[in-house]
Design a protein around this ligand. Sequence first.
Ligand code: PMP
Length: 310
Amino acid sequence: MPALVYFHKQFMPVSEAKISIMTHAFHYGTACFEGIRANWNQEKQQMYVFRMKEHYERLQKSCRILKIKLPGSIDHLCQITAELVERSGFKEDVYIRPLAYKSSEVIGPKLYDLEDDFFVHVAQLPMYLDTEKGIKACVSSWRRTDDSMIPPRGKITGIYVNSALAKTEAHENGYDEAIMLSHDGHVSEGSGQNIMLVMDGKFVTPQSSDNILMGITRDSVMKLARNELGMEVVERTIDRSELYIADECMVTGTASHVTPVLEIDHRPIGDGKIGKVTRQLMTLYFDVIHGRNQKYMEWCAPALRKTVKA
Ligand code: PMP
């Protein structure tokens, strides 16, 4: 299936969507983006876009930080995205990448007096982390960028150099994923995932002031842990050594889903197998994102058969 993109108010094959080598965002990382999943429900013969509105709300916040103007309201962007998924004709799980960027062909790192542009791309995504097998992680020697440097609450392209350094170091040392600490040494997040621990029956995760992206999967899984498993959910500062003594650990993200972490820094987490809570949350989460759980259908937007006015 050829990848489709919405670019310059049109739907087109990705091969036709080109930008200049002098684009500001390419030189300085001055762009904001999202990663959204649309998932195929075989029984209902429908693609469901997961928490699309919340993704665009987050994009709007990221854009405020970078002074980027989006080309329309959140409703408009949701409609474009649903139509893109519809037009692309996928009947399988896909990954949607909206990106808003400084498009001027101007030299100099700044955010003012520049033009903005926007596109949405959709394509298949090969398995990102091995959800079924679980992963081995390390604590990275790279620290997460602080809010006073590049704010991690914004999904800003430039900050992903920090993620890429951490992920590469982890990979080259034989691990699947990196866990970054904040500048002051507390557990922050993975290169593209939030971190959750199960400790003494509680569901524990770093709070927003520990320089994390406020993940939409994180929010979904916290709600599922609270509502469906009756767990107490605690957002607090977490020390590195707490990773080693947790009963269970999982990472969450749109690309990564809910992935069990079985080992950190050569220490097995719990008994080194996928834990009970993690397993329950994985099952719940997969049903929810595929529109198979009636209770959470408000999180699933069907791809529409509707034309967007340019
Ligand atoms: N942290 C980082 C750094 C990420 O890139 C992502 C992926 N967007 C996440 C956390 C998880 O966010 P979400 O669940 O909204 O995909």
